[in-house]
Each structure stands twice: as C-alpha cells, then as structure tokens.
Design a protein around this ligand. Structure first.
Ligand code: PHE
Length: 477
C-alpha cells in the first residue's frame, strides 16, 4: 500500500519540531557540564565557531538531502550518493543504516536519563508542598533512586510510552503538534529561570566565566570536544535531520529553517549554562561540590539549591524538571522517528506497526542501560553489564551505558556526519543542491557558494580531524 507522505503544516511547525529535536539533554545536561570542565570562555567561543563552520552547513545539507528525496535516512542517502555515481547505492544505504543504528542505540540510554527528570519532577513537587527535608543528602537520594532497578524500569518505560504515543500519530498530528505546544512552554520556563538567576549574586561572575575567553585555559582536547558536541546538540550525523527534512514541502525554506534551528539551539544552551552557573557561583563551596560529574550538576546540586538559594525556587524547581522532561521528549521523538521512518519507507510497515515495534525493540536495550547504571555511577554490583568495557571503541569506559554513549558520540555521529558532508558536497550535483537551497525562499544572508565551500572542504576536514583525534584516544563523550 503506498501511503501519502505526511508534511509539516508550516515553516514554524518544521522549525519547532526540528528545534525540539536539537534542544535536549545535550543543552541542559551535557553543555553546561563540558563548559564547566573546560573552564568556560575560550571553550564556548570554540564551540560557537564549530556550530557556525560545521554545524550550520551540515544542518543545511541534511535538511536538503531529506527534502529533495522525500525519503528518510536510508532512502535519501541512497539517492544522494547515486546522483553522480550509479554504483553508490550500497554506500548510501550503509551510511543511512549506520544512522538508524545510532538512533536506536542513542535512544536506548537517553530514555534512562530522561526518566530521572520525571523522578525529580515528582520529588520537587513533594518538596514544594511539604518542605525540603533538612537532613537529606542529595547525593544519597540520587544514588538510591538510580540504583532502584524497578523504579528505573518504570520511569524509562513511562518515558518510552510517551515517545511512542507521539510518533504513533505521525508527523503533523503527532510530532508537530507536540512541538507547537511544548516548545513555547519550554522557552517560557527557561526565561523565568533566567530572570531569577540573573538576580542572584553569582550572576556577574557566571557571565564572565562563560563569555570572557581566556585562551591560556584552553586545552587541546577542548577543540575536539566542542566539535563532537556540536553534532550531538544539533542532532546531526545520524539522519534525524534528513528524516525531518523529508517532511518539508516545496513551499517551505530549508535555509530559513536551518538558521532558526541552529540559532535557537545555541541560545538555549547558553541560557541554560548562564542559569546553572549563576546558581553555582552564588553558593559558597558549591564549585568544589559540582566538580565531579554531569549527573552531579543537574540532579544533585541543583535540586537542593532550588529550596535554599534560588529566588522563587519552590515554583521554579518543579518547573525546571518539567523543562528537562519536555526537552528530552521532543528529542526522543526524533530519535524514534528515524527508526520508524526507516521501517515505514524501506520495509513498508504501516506507521502504527513501525512505531510500536521499533519502540519495543529499543526498550529491550533500555533495560540493558538500566541494568548497567551501577557501572555508570561507579558503584559495586550490577554484573557483566556494569563491568563490561569495549576495547578501544569504548574509550576505556565501564558498563554498557557509558560504552554506548561513548561509541555513539565519538564514533557514530562524527563518521556519519563525515559521509553526509561527502554526499551533499561531492556526490550530489551543484544544480541539485543549489535548486534545493536557492529556491526563492532563501533569506538574504545566505550565499550558496559559501555553503558549498564549507560543505566540501571546511566541514569534512574538521570532522576528519575529530575522527583522527579519536583514533589517538581523545574522549569527548
Ligand atoms: N540533540 C539532542 C540533544 O541535544 C540529542 C539528539 C542527538 C537527538 C541526535 C536526536 C538525534 O539532547
């Protein structure tokens, strides 16, 4: 049965859905932490350069490859590669399949972290109503929920079902509708938090730390970390944006949408970082406490500070975890859509069957991630899944969870991204890409020649540099 392809109903719908995919745990969880680890300023500047020089050109490439073929990752890349080289079907299919696999793995553990936001939402609601328990250790609370396997399965099951439910209803009635409702809420909550944070005593120092570059602090590995993160945060390198691009109709502009998505994603990452740093710098001694881990900042330091330091924290606390959950949901939706769209377009499943079977298969792997949480937290116990480490490709990490994250971030997204730059820059003809980008809807700032130079030379060389650096052992997961 041939099904009519669903499309975004408007440019705004497309921008909100794709921005929803981009804004996620990468912005709220990873970016503030790696900025912290890399001492702010200079790292942020390098990150912004990576976003502009590599992220934006690849965003344009993915959306245009999708829109041109009106097919999801595998079909679209097959078409792109064969446009100059008829024998290239296999390579195109392989790169697309690599992306689908990356989506599958990424979603399997991303859901677990998303589940923590649900837990902290219920906790903060309880604290707001009943008061923050004075004698509680935030670190112990985190560990005890994370190591409670039954609870973790329940939380991630809840999150998976939410994701499946949205994708089940399709592009315009499911994904776009949810993005239209949730993204404005997300922006609103973050704005409230920004206002509150800027009123705190540490705000000035936070802004300084984030925006004043000190190149003496910049370590070599930071450049690669910034580049790797620009793939993760913009949902690039695995076909999510190709798939979303395949639902763009002829009337809507790829260029305008790309500009808006990249700008919004970057803005939100910076705002989230300003908020978190303002809180941390306002509390004496908090700097040292945060030190340890990404998990620490979002789920251990912040919850308690809402009830002791943050103006209007009793309201903002629960809202903040709603924000994290919504941001994560609009990202998990896009990950599931990559896998489902593959099954629909290439395997001819109906949307309903595709969504449910992909969701169920991925959830089986989510249980592996849950079972390996002790390994992630460095706690004894948890068996093989918690102690496994994949030689070389796992970057010396321990446990299924950390190995999966390392493998996807350091290997799958950059290699996928590299081939996507080749597909758009070298395999597709100039006429084909030009026709997609300069279709009369493009904004004035856009220069086709500049994009082509970046996608043929700058982006692939930069990405190849990351891959080579990873081979020599730099970890930026
Ligand atoms: N961009 C998302 C984030 O920042 C993660 C993601 C990666 C989503 C790849 C889809 C595809 O959290």
């Amino acid at each position: 049965m041939s099904q009519q392809r669903d499309h975004w109903s408007s440019n705004a719908g497309l921008v909100l859905a794709a921005t929803g995919s981009a804004i996620g745990l990468g912005n709220l969880w990873k970016f503030p932490f790696i900025t912290w680890e890399n001492n702010g300023g200079a790292f942020v500047l390098v990150y912004l350069i990576c976003i502009a020089a590599v992220g934006l050109p690849i965003m344009l490439a993915e959306l245009l490859i999708g829109r041109r073929s009106q097919k999801s990752a595998v079909g679209a890349l097959k078409e792109a590669v064969t446009s100059k080289w008829p024998g290239g079907r296999k390579l195109g299919a392989l790169v697309g399949g690599w992306g689908v696999l990356a989506g599958f793995i990424l979603l399997s553990y991303y859901t677990v972290i998303a589940g923590w936001s649900l837990y902290y939402f219920t906790q903060t609601v309880g604290w707001t109503l009943g008061g923050y328990p004075a004698d509680m250790s935030a670190g112990d609370l985190f560990n005890s929920q994370a190591l409670n396997t039954g609870l973790q399965l329940l939380l991630s099951l809840g999150f998976s079902l939410g994701t499946i439910a949205v994708v089940y209803f399709g592009v315009s009635k499911g994904i776009e509708r949810i993005a239209r409702i949730f993204l404005p809420i997300l922006f609103g909550i973050l704005l409230l938090m920004l206002v509150s944070a800027l009123g705190m005593s540490g705000a000035g120092e936070a802004l300084n730390h984030i925006f004043r570059p000190n190149f003496a602090e910049l370590e070599r590995g930071a450049i690669l970390e910034a580049l790797g993160h620009s793939f993760f945060t913009l949902s690039l390198g695995m076909g999510a944006m190709i798939t979303y691009g395949s639902y763009i109709s002829r009337k809507h502009s790829v260029v305008k949408a790309s500009g808006a998505i990249v700008a919004l994603d970057t803005l939100i990452a910076l705002v989230a970082t300003v908020v978190m740093f303002s809180v941390i710098f306002s509390v004496a001694g908090m700097r040292d406490e945060v030190g340890g881990s990404t998990v620490g900042m979002l789920f251990i330091s912040l919850p308690q500070l809402f009830y002791s330091e943050v103006p209007f924290g009793v309201v903002l606390g629960p809202l903040f975890y709603v924000l994290v959950a919504l941001a994560a949901l609009t990202s998990t939706i896009s990950l599931l859509e990559v896998v489902s769209a593959y099954l629909i377009d290439e395997r001819r499943l109906t949307r309903h069957k595709a969504t449910i079977s992909a969701g169920a298969a991925i959830f089986a792997f989510t249980t592996l991630a849950v079972l390996s949480i002790p390994g992630l937290l460095g706690v004894e116990g948890g068996g093989l899944l918690s102690t496994m480490s994949v030689p070389f490709f796992g970057g010396g990490k321990v446990g299924w969870f950390a190995n999966a994250d390392h493998f996807v971030s350091n290997w799958m997204l950059p290699t996928g991204g590299f081939f996507i730059t080749l597909a758009a820059g070298w395999f597709m003809t100039r006429e084909a890409t030009r026709g997609e980008l300069e279709d009369g809807t493009q904004p004035r700032w856009f220069h086709y020649g500049a994009w082509r130079f970046f996608i043929r030379f700058v982006a692939p060389i930069a990405v190849a540099a990351i891959i080579i650096a990873v081979v020599f052992g730099v970890d930026f997961s």
